[in-house]
Each structure stands twice: as C-alpha cells, then as structure tokens.
Write a protein that binds this ligand. Structure first.
Ligand code: GDP
Length: 203
C-alpha cells in the first residue's frame, strides 16, 4: 500500500512518544487500502483489490499499523503470532455488500479472536461499502458475525463508506479512545468493558 499517514493520526493517537499498534484485517477486496488512503490523505483513490501481499506495516506518529489480507492465509497462520504480539486493537474491515463471503469473514474473525496474542484487545468492525446495492446494514452484520457473542473485549461496529470517508472518523474516534484506555490514559467518552465484553452498533 505504501502510503503516507497524515496528521489525522496525530489527532487520534497523539504525537511521538506514544506507541500504539493496530492490526487491520479483512478479506481481499474489503476496502482496506481505500480506507487507509482515505484516512491518511483525505481523498479517495482508485484502488485495485490487494492480491498476494499478506502484510503491510506502516508507522506514523507513534502508531504502528499492520494491515492483513486474510483471504487464503490459512497456511500462514503459524506465523501470525509474530505480528499480533503487542497489538493494542484489531480493526476488521468487511465488504458489507459481499454477503456470499460473510461466513468466511465470521470464520476468520473467530480464529483471530481466539488468538492468545489478541486476548482482550478491543475490536472495531468497519461495515464498509454501505453505499453499495444490497449492503448489509450494521445491525444485520452484527447478527451475521455473532458479535453479541464476543466475550472479554470491547467491540464496536461502525458503518462506513471508505470511498467517501463517511463513518471513518467515528470509528477511529472509538478505537483511539479504547487504546488510550488500555494504556491507562483517560479519554473523553470512553466507557468500561467488563470481562463479559461490551459492544455497540453505530447507525
Ligand atoms: P483491499 O483488498 O481490502 O485492500 O480492498 P481495496 O481497498 O483495494 O478495495 C477493493 C475495491 O472496493 C476497490 O474497487 C474499491 O474502489 C472498492 N471500494 C472500497 N471501499 C468502497 C466503498 O465504501 N464503497 C464502494 N462502492 N466501493 C468501495
């Protein structure tokens, strides 16, 4: 992806000295590259679906962002621990219009959440492509992905349209407040999540 991260990251995560690690995952074609460009540059880019490349590592303003394509990665799972270790949050990007692969997303999410290195870390789901015909609303995706059954971590599902940027800031606000909370910093609007987990569906 090779992008420059903008000062928006500084707004969300603070300046140098703070280190946060976000792991962004999703099937190929979910919109991860588009979303990153939109966040970083504030503009839409013509992205071609990421194929082949498994992980991209970006760093800016103390934030490390590792971006994964989960499609076809089964053979590499043994190596994932190397990348997940130390993650402060997981961001899952879903193509809400790709109903045929929701089950695959759910499987990958299950594998991810059961990974020891991601135990307890907050989960943000971007329900992307809300503009596309037949897109699953966030509430329906919540049910299809069984998010209410997630235990032991805070989660949040945010509908968004990566090509226009709609919903991205709201999602990033949530994740930045949660990672700060995880480091014992206070953040306005941050709520507590108990061992049972706590989730929210934005509309
Ligand atoms: P990645 O493989 O997850 O990195 O996906 P890309 O960012 O490459 O996007 C895959 C395709 O989906 C591209 O053609 C994007 O233009 C398109 N796309 C991404 N986000 C959206 C969105 O919010 N709405 C629509 N309609 N298309 C999107």
């Amino acid at each position: 992806m090779g992008i420059l991260l903008s000062t928006m990251w500084e707004r969300w995560f603070g300046g140098a000295g703070r280190e946060f690690k976000l792991v962004m995952v999703g099937l190929d074609n979910a919109g991860k590259t588009t979303l990153l460009y939109r966040l970083a540059l504030g503009e839409a880019v013509v992205a071609t679906p990421t194929v082949g490349s498994n992980v991209e590592r970006l760093q800016h303003a103390g934030v490390t962002l590792e971006v994964w394509d989960l499609g076809g990665q089964q053979g590499l799972r043994a190596a994932w621990a190397t990348y997940y270790r130390g993650a402060d949050a997981v961001v899952l990007v879903v193509d809400s219009a790709d109903r045929a692969r929701v089950a695959a997303v759910k499987n990958e999410l299950g594998a991810l959440l059961s990974h020891a290195d991601l135990s307890g870390v907050p989960l943000l789901v971007f329900a992307n492509k809300q503009d596309a015909r037949g897109a699953c609303p966030a509430a329906e995706l919540t049910s299809l992905l069984a998010l209410h059954a997630v235990r032991g971590r805070d989660w949040h599902i945010q509908p968004c349209v990566a090509v226009t940027g709609g919903g991205l800031a709201e999602g990033m606000d949530w994740i930045s407040s949660r990672v700060r909370q995880g480091r014992g910093e206070t953040a306005a609007g941050a709520g507590g999540g108990g061992a049972a987990g706590a989730g929210a569906v934005a509309s």
